[in-house]
Design a protein around this ligand. Structure first.
Ligand code: GDP
Ligand code: GDP
Length: 500
């Protein structure tokens, strides 16, 4: 159920822009499910959806001006402006969204001109900046003459916190810091049966990539995950690829498995299958929030597993390690015990990788997990689940873990919590050479998915890896963040203004 919150008496931010630039995505990113449709009466254009968002304890109201206008590519800026006018007039600040992947064009200029004329604080969110290479493209949009420019990726969440921080600087403080119970508003129903409005805010769903080398059991696991609940196959809109996602609903939560056709596709030769598994893993992760890295328990962690795991870690996606085919290990351990000393038992023992031998022999999950973690050290934050996909074990547990990990990845620690945390950690324990020591003046979480922290330090030196690791461990101990990598950035204090 969406939360009911009042949308009155709060400072308001309006999101405006041409169709398809990512307004709804940004809106969803900001407000999640706390939203409402206004003007939902027959005959009235339902041209606005409202929601609230909070940042460091301050609440603002957000309006998606294009929220319910059908995506009509032909909409001219003046028309967009007219439709959004009511919302723009009552807004305290405006965010104009543009798509960094398109050329700057006359309509952008025209919309900018109309918006600037309103004389309200105006921000330019250059969207779809999904990676650093695209940050340069964002700079092109300076030509629009909007001073406050923030590159963002609404889809991945990058830059959204920075945008909010900038916006809050100009927002009036609201009288009520906390929204009250709502009135005069209609909640957006999460009911599947309700007809979807074009471009309307949709409930957030968790996107999942199942990755791993050939034959570890990805398809088998996928079948179990999608087979146990109502699953809808949905072609990815706007793509002509043969990619198909499958969406599963459980307890009102949506889980989208990315490109399931791709997961089921097999390479023609072993080598091709191996190469394909890496390519697919990288591609699927790009579209995902959480990746499930499947490992074949009867073979242990191989070089290719570690390679794929490395990409998962670097992608910033959350990771769950699933050790599959545990039934084989149990059977094997049984055989080895039964026939100890026989040639068959010896053959089995030789076959199991030496690193895993102990754990396999005893089929001891604790010991096995320790060995896996040793081989995949950088994934120390990833939960590990043992299963037999063939027998459909632990499917509930996998779903629960996905949900938990997806929530952790979006968690925000307030700056005041962060400061309290900093006061209590003893950096002396971080065994860093004196010459590399820095003092952290303060620290703030600037982003979620993955959680990103910016440290303001007294000196302009790169953070020593021991320091970084120590800090990351302390953050995890205090705040959790299970399953997700944590990114730490450093900004020397005096150069604070140089980052944009
Ligand atoms: P709106 O018409 O402005 O509300 O745009 P939508 O929010 O519906 O987004 C239009 C399309 O752009 C959708 O296919 C989104 O998935 C996509 N999109 C939105 N934000 C991003 C982003 O940050 N990166 C990428 N690559 N695509 C995005
Ligand atoms: P993919 O290439 O990663 O998609 O792997 P598949 O799902 O096609 O599985 C490869 C082989 O492993 C098939 O013969 C499956 O039946 C088998 N398999 C998958 N999961 C399990 C499991 O949990 N236990 C056992 N014993 N076999 C499994």
């Amino acid at each position: 159920m969406p939360e009911t919150v009042s949308i009155h008496g709060l400072p308001t931010l309006a999101i405006v822009g041409r169709p398809n630039v990512g307004k709804s995505t940004l809106f969803n990113r900001l407000v999640g499910r706390r939203r409402a449709i206004v003007g939902d009466e027959p005959g009235i254009t339902r041209d606005r959806i409202y929601g609230t968002t909070d940042w460091n304890g301050r609440y603002i109201r957000v309006v998606d001006t294009g929220g319910i206008i059908p995506d009509d590519k032909a909409l001219i800026p003046a028309e967009i402006f007219r439709q959004a006018k009511v919302a723009l007039e009552e807004a305290d600040a405006i965010v104009m969204v543009v798509d960094s992947r398109t050329e700057l064009a006359a309509p952008d200029m025209e919309l900018t001109r109309l918006l600037l004329k309103m004389g309200k604080p105006l921000f330019l969110a250059v969207n779809k900046v999904d990676n650093v290479e695209l940050e340069a493209a964002a700079e092109n949009f300076r030509r629009l003459g909007i001073r406050n420019l923030v590159p963002i990726s609404a889809e991945h969440g990058n830059g959204v916190a920075e945008l909010l921080e900038e916006v809050l600087k100009v927002m009036p403080k609201s009288e009520t810091s906390e929204p009250l119970d709502g009135d005069q508003m209609i909640e957006v129903s999460d009911d599947e049966e309700a007809p979807a409005q074009p471009g309307m805010a949709v409930p957030l769903e968790t996107k999942i990539a199942i990755i791993g080398r050939p034959n570890v059991g990805k398809s088998t696991l996928l079948n179990q995950l999608t087979g146990t609940s109502r699953s809808i196959v949905s072609p990815i809109p706007g793509t002509t690829r043969d990619a198909v996602d499958e969406v599963v609903e459980r307890d009102g939560q949506k889980f989208r498995f990315i490109d399931t056709a791709g997961i089921r596709r097999k390479g023609k030769t072993d080598l091709m299958a191996e190469k394909l598994s890496v390519v697919m893993a990288r591609k699927h992760m790009e579209a995902a929030d959480v990746s499930i890295l499947v490992i074949d328990a009867s073979e242990g962690v191989t070089a290719l597993d570690a390679n794929i795991a490395g990409y998962a870690h670097e992608s910033g996606r959350s990771v769950i390690v699933v050790i599959n085919k545990w039934d084989l290990v149990v059977a094997q351990a049984h055989k080895m015990r039964e026939g100890a000393g026989t040639p068959e038992a010896e053959r089995l023992e030789r076959k199991s990788r030496s690193r895993m031998r102990g754990a396999m022999k005893s089929a001891d999950q604790g010991e096995y997990e320790r060995t896996v973690r040793e081989n995949l050290k950088f994934l120390n934050y990833a939960p590990v689940i043992f299963t037999s996909a063939l027998r459909g074990q632990k499917i509930d547990k996998i779903f629960e873990t996905i949900e938990r990990v997806a929530a952790e990845r979006r968690k925000r620690v307030t700056t005041s919590e962060m400061n309290r945390f900093l006061e209590h950690i003893d950096f002396e324990r971080a065994s860093v050479p004196i010459s590399k020591r820095v003092r952290i003046m303060y620290m703030t979480q600037t982003n979620v998915a993955p959680p990103t922290f910016v440290l303001f330090t007294d000196r302009d030196v790169k953070l020593h890896f021991a320091y970084e690791r120590f800090l990351e461990n302390q953050i995890r101990r205090a705040f959790g963040f299970e399953g997700t990598p944590i990114w730490i950035k450093v900004r020397p204090r005096r150069k604070k203004d140089e980052h944009r």
